[in-house]
Design a protein around this ligand. Structure first.
Ligand SMILES: [Zn+2]
Length: 470
């Protein structure tokens, strides 16, 4: 950690801060700050996109890039905010947010990947903490939180606009434009990730150039991305130089990229407008992928309540014979919307067996089984699934519902406690475990499990409370 920081700090022409100052931005602290803001976003940010298909896709794309980094010390999490502005931002600890506007503005998957690669590099190089690095250790966590709130600057005004914070917020805002050297470093390392992961490296220059054009269009109201990542002609020239040294490589977009964009677009505006949009694209053959356009049309039609026509579009999709978990999930959703639970289950069971990593299919199968009055099978699915994904809060929540349907009070509260643990709400978790203790069902073994878990969580809660006081 120190080894990778020191040369870069010196290269900035900054004084050597020495070991004590460098400990200020310890990765553990960055992780803690990032994690707590991420929790807050998940629970309270209305623009947070909960969609497991979109999240799953973005995380696969991001992880593919992170895997190429020699400096990534921990897992990254990528998430989406529904916001038409072109923005992406990196929070300390490896949490990277992307606005839907940016995903829609990318004209190829490589373009989207290039922004992620740039952001990943800001994280691996600890740029945010280093940008704020001259602050005292006591203040740094708070400043980092505030900085992220400003970066994400949306309804997160609760943090950014507090009277006490106002003066500081303005001060930080002015520090948030990453320095030129940090931008260059993120470009250079991002470019390496992009290339090693097998994307089209021209994506970077083309996308950043387009961002700059938007910037001119917006005049003073530059898109968020350009405010925090100032783009210079020098940076674009650097990117173009790098590209010229490399052979031309055509990289096709993945099917998931196309489907995710179609899904986002189909969810915008009124259902009728969305239907009209996709419909005219199909009629006028104005699309890059017939498949994605029909997929988007089917979603828009189903939003508009026109299931029969949506079903026709799905039949057309099936005719194109592609394998996609997203298409299976759509087929099941359409049947479920028409109350054909049995039909939906016939699709979901084999689909999950085929794509066991698809969170959306797993949730849909449990939900549909519960709706169909089959909690026993639902329980088996949740038990299997949580073996593989023990940190999935939503699945623990579905398991709690399943136990409730089975009339098993102790297990219901125990499962609900895990939801709260994963959301960082320890007091609520303790509450649930105490309810589980009081439940009249459950055998000796289950009760002692609950007791042990309660002791563990209480200990953790006490430690966290101590941490906060520090
Ligand atoms: Zn940047």
């Amino acid at each position: 950690m120190l080894l990778c920081l020191a040369p870069a700090v010196l290269a900035e022409g900054l004084p050597d801060l020495g070991e004590v100052a460098q400990a200020d931005f310890s990765p553990a602290m960055e992780k803690r700050v990032g994690e707590s803001i991420m929790r807050d976003i998940r629970l309270h940010e209305p623009a947070y996109v909960e969609d497991p298909e979109i999240n799953g896709y973005l995380n696969r794309l991001g992880t593919r890039l992170v895997a190429q980094s020699t400096e990534a010390r921990h897992d990254f999490e990528f998430f989406v905010l529904r916001d038409a502005t072109l923005n992406a931002f990196a929070m300390p600890g490896g949490y990277i947010g992307v606005h839907t506007g940016l995903i829609m503005a990318a004209q190829s998957e490589s373009e989207l990947a290039s922004v992620l690669a740039h952001e990943i590099s800001h994280v691996t190089q600890h740029h945010l903490a280093r940008q704020l690095g001259a602050q005292s250790q006591a203040q740094l966590p708070m400043l980092l939180s505030l900085a992220v709130a400003i970066l994400a600057s949306r309804s997160r005004g609760d943090l950014a606009q507090g009277a006490l914070m106002a003066g500081q917020a303005a001060g930080i805002q002015s520090q948030l434009n990453y320095s030129r050297d940090f931008e260059r470093e993120a470009d250079r390392l991002g470019f390496q990730l992009l290339e090693r992961a097998g994307f089209d490296i021209r994506g970077m220059a083309s996308f950043f150039e387009r961002l700059q054009k938007y910037g001119r269009l917006y005049e003073n109201n530059a898109p968020g991305y350009l405010r925090t990542h100032p783009l210079t002609t020098e940076r674009i020239a650097d990117m173009e130089n790098r590209i010229q040294e490399r052979p031309y490589r055509q990289v096709p977009d993945s099917l998931d990229f196309l489907l995710v964009r179609a899904k986002l677009k189909a969810g915008e505006g009124t259902p009728r407008d969305a239907v009209t949009d996709f419909d005219s694209q199909l009629r006028e053959h104005k699309y890059s992928s017939e498949l994605a356009t029909r997929y988007g049309l089917a979603i828009a039609l189903s939003r508009a309540g026109d299931f029969a026509t949506a079903q026709q579009q799905l039949a057309e999709l099936r005719r194109l014979k592609v394998n996609s978990a997203m298409i299976e999930a759509l087929a099941a959703r359409l049947l479920k919307s028409q109350n054909d639970l049995n039909g939906a289950l016939k699709i979901l069971r084999p689909a999950l067996a085929r794509y066991p990593q698809e969170r959306g299919l797993a949730y849909a199968l449990v939900e549909t089984l519960l709706a169909d009055g089959q909690p026993q099978e639902a329980l088996r699915v949740t038990l299997d699934d949580l073996q593989a994904y023990p940190a999935d809060a939503r699945m623990h929540g579905l398991q709690a519902m399943t136990y409730s349907a089975l009339g098993k009070r102790l297990q219901q509260h125990r499962a609900q406690a895990e939801v709260y643990v994963l959301q960082g709400q320890m007091l609520e978790a303790i509450d649930q475990l105490q309810l589980a203790q009081k439940a009249s069902d459950g055998d000796f073994y289950e009760h002692s499990q609950v007791d042990a878990r309660l002791r563990e969580i209480k200990l953790r809660q006490a430690e966290e409370a101590k941490d906060k006081k520090r």
